[in-house]
Design a protein around this ligand. Structure first.
Ligand SMILES: CC(C)(COP(=O)(O)OP(=O)(O)OC[C@H]1O[C@@H](n2cnc3c(N)ncnc32)[C@H](O)[C@@H]1OP(=O)(O)O)[C@@H](O)C(=O)NCCC(=O)NCCS
Length: 173
């Protein structure tokens, strides 16, 4: 499945993306508010994981491709996390810092959200955000999510932003 927005193509990842993704994931800005930069092997494991979700028909990540250049700029899509003892579907995103603050991730996240509710018939989607990650909070808010609660995720204080299928139907469908 491919998603299209005015400036982006969102397509499934392939094994061919390893070089570019390893370059991005080695960058500390790209990996901000995470455990830090990843090695090529860890990037390979990331790709194996998301390509496996695609193969199994599960909600998965998309490569963000700039229409203007054809370059791969980051990822936006679904993750699967256990939060407070419950399996949740998260919308997560990271973008090449050369392209921040142009609304690109918001554009991608909205397309992913609509895909989740419209095509995948999801009931509820969250975004897990470090309280100090202002840009990510803004993306979640612009994506129609609201701050639901605070929790501890992987040992860090984390905000759970969320949107239900009902709210999506009322506001965006
Ligand atoms: C989070 C991230 C993907 C956002 O990407 P982006 O394409 O720049 O996002 P957008 O341009 O759609 O929106 C960013 C918003 O944050 C705002 N913003 C950015 N820096 C800000 C700051 N210091 N203070 C206040 N607002 C800020 C922008 O103004 C914009 O909001 P606006 O449209 O209301 O003006 C990008 O910053 C990133 O990759 N960060 C590192 C990885 C990360 O944190 N991922 C999320 C993990 S939960």
């Amino acid at each position: 499945m491919m998603l299209e927005t005015p400036r982006l193509i969102l397509r499934p990842f392939t094994t061919e993306d390893l070089d570019r993704m390893a370059e991005l994931m080695a960058n500390k800005d790209f990996m901000r508010f995470s455990m830090g930069p990843l090695t090529r092997e860890q990037t390979q494991a990331f790709l194996d994981k998301v390509i496996g979700w695609d193969r199994d028909g599960l909600p998965s990540q998309f490569a963000m491709i700039f229409r203007s250049s054809g370059a791969l700029g980051g990822y936006c899509g679904f993750f699967h996390h256990e939060v407070d003892g419950k399996m949740e579907i998260e919308i997560g995103y990271r973008l090449d810092s050369n392209f921040w603050n142009r609304g690109l991730t918001t554009e991608a996240a909205r397309a992913v959200r609509d895909h989740g509710f419209r095509d995948l018939k999801l009931d509820y989607v969250i975004s897990l955000i470090h309280p100090e990650n202002i840009p990510s909070r803004r993306v979640a808010e612009k994506n129609g999510m609201t701050l639901e609660r605070e929790t501890t995720f992987r040992g860090f204080r984390t905000f759970v932003f969320s949107i239900t299928r009902q709210r999506w139907l009322e506001r965006f469908s």
